[in-house]
Structures are given as C-alpha cells and as structure tokens.
Design a protein. Structure first.
Length: 322
C-alpha cells in the first residue's frame, strides 16, 4: 500500500544515515506511527522483524502467518499449514526460514522465498507457546503447555534435550543474546533461568504479584527484565537473583518487552501504548500511542531505527522518525 511504501522510504532514509541508531535513542519523542495497517482479522499475538528491517512476519489468533515486504510496501506471502492457532513466529538468522509454533503441538519451518513448508517438528504433548532460535541458526528452543522446554537440532529435526521446567505450562521463554541462558515462566509468578548447554536451573526469581508475560535479557547476561499482569516491569540481577529495579506507569498487562542492541533502551508494550525507557537510569523517555486496544507484540530492527507493534485491534503500526 502507499502507506507502507511511505514508511519504507522514511525507514530506508534513516538506514542510509551515518548513525541511524542514534536518531531513535537521542530523539525518542520524535517517534511517530508512520503507518497503521489492518493486517489481520483477529488480534495479533506475535511479530518478528528481519535484522535490516525489510521483512516482517506476523500471526494472529488463527492458523495463518503473513509475510510483509516493507521495502516493496506489500504483503509478500501467506503461510498456511497449521491445524490450530499459531502462537509465535520468528525468523532464522540467515533470513531464509520462518519458524512458527502452534497450539497443534508442532513447530513448522517455512521457506521464506517460496512459502513452502520445509519441516515439521513434533514431540511436545501440549500447545507450543513460544519459540526462539540461536544466533547460529542450528538450534530451536521451545516452551510448551506440557510444562517442558525442548531444544531441537534443526538439521536432524530431533529434540535432543528436554527440560522439565515448571509444574504447569511454560507460558513464555527468552534466550540471552549469546545463547547461554534461557528464561522461562509459567502461570504462577515464578521466573526460572536455565543453562542452555546443561539444562540445569541456575536461577529463580519471585516478586511479581501476577502472571509474567514477557522477558528480555541484557547483552552482558547480567540483567533479566520481566513484564507482568501486575502492570509492572522488574529488573533482576541474574548472578545474585536480586531485584534491582522496578518500572511503573503502564495501565494494563505488560505483554511484550524488547531491548535495543546495546542494551540501553527498553521498549515495553501494554494497553494501547508503548513506553520507551532508559534502562540504566530506570527513567521513562516517552510514551507512544496509536493503537486502540492492548498491544501484544513488538519488534525492533537491529539498528534501532524501526519499531513494529501488533495489537488486539488487528492493526500493525510501523514506528519511526519522520
């Protein structure tokens, strides 16, 4: 659409800047919604963006996955094959594969160019709620309703390690940037940290008064940031297990968190708004408003010049500096 192409032109202009990341971090109040797109007919629950910000993958409370070419300003492909709701999507680091998790208990790998289904991974005994991929693209990590975390070898399609993570379902997982730590949560308020290589629990954090929805881990593996139904964001020191910060101001569940590549800027999504925080000072920089309902998913480009959000209002917003 013309709206998407306009957003893309502004985005590409930023990427050609000498220091594109500084545009966002130094002038966050200038972030505006460049494009609001009715992307699905149901609430959007997951988004992923390629590192350069050119490709977007989205899913809603249905069986369909959509791929958007932001440079061309149009939808690129629709992926269909799951037999129940798609819960999570991500991209392989080489941008060749879309990875999806579903309530049909499977994980699917799709060819990004052709849209063809390449592989289906089976082994979980319940809904697969979350999926992440390691930086080398060789290992998938999934969290499931069956209370386990599984590690999968993509080449062999085998799950080579199963972690009995919680006594109830695994609601969400996150992977540290270096791939050495996994964070997980269940429907209670407990957050657990696992060593990726050994599968051994190395930490546990308790402090939220309601369900935890989202995580982010700092680039140096020192801090875990968690967002909760209790409307707060907590900052935890991983080596000691201590709570070292608390961010307040959201009016609803904190459903999504993303850290900038340098770990200095935190993006948090809640009811109708996205807040941007300076993490080290634990201060709010600005609040972005544009959605008409709860925001469930956010994604940022590697250079920090593009922010994408997806909401219960069925819309995707593309945010940037005009």
């Amino acid at each position: 659409s013309a709206q998407i192409r306009l957003a893309a032109r502004l985005i590409l202009k930023q990427q050609q800047s000498e220091h594109p990341a500084l545009i966002q971090y130094q002038n966050p109040a200038k972030f505006t919604c460049l494009c609001s797109l009715k992307a699905h007919t149901q609430p959007i629950n997951s988004l992923t963006l390629s590192a350069d910000g050119s490709l977007l993958v989205s899913c809603a409370l249905g069986k369909v996955i959509k791929i958007w070419d932001l440079v061309a300003g149009a939808g690129k492909a629709i992926l269909q094959g799951h037999t129940d709701q798609v819960t999570c999507v991500t991209l392989s680091p080489d941008r060749q594969t879309v990875i999806s998790a579903s309530r049909d208990r499977t994980i699917k790998l799709w060819d990004l160019v052709t849209g063809a289904e390449k592989q289906t991974l089976t082994g979980h005994l319940g809904y697969v709620n979350s999926v992440v991929v390691t930086a080398n693209g060789r290992t998938l990590i999934t969290g499931s309703q069956d209370s386990t975390i599984k590690l999968w070898n993509i080449d062999t399609a085998e799950d080579y390690k199963t972690i009995r993570a919680h006594t109830n379902l695994v609601n969400a997982i996150a992977l540290s940037p270096d791939g050495s730590l996994i964070a997980s949560c269940s429907w209670n308020t407990t957050i657990r940290i696992w060593d990726t290589h050994t599968g051994v629990q190395v930490g546990e954090f308790v402090g939220h008064s309601a369900r935890v929805w989202a995580f982010a881990i700092s680039p140096d593996n020192q801090f875990l940031i968690s967002g909760s139904r209790d409307k707060t964001i907590k900052i935890w020191h991983i080596p000691t297990g201590r709570e070292v910060g608390r961010l307040e101001g959201h009016k609803g569940d904190v459903k999504a968190l993303k850290l900038s590549e340098n770990g200095e800027i935190l993006f948090s999504a809640s009811y109708k708004e996205i807040k941007i925080w300076h993490l080290s000072s634990q201060t709010e920089i600005t609040t972005l408003k544009g959605h008409q309902a709860a925001i469930n998913a956010i994604a940022i480009s590697q250079d920090g010049s593009i922010l994408i959000s997806g909401s219960d209002d069925h819309h995707i917003c593309i945010w940037g500096v005009a």
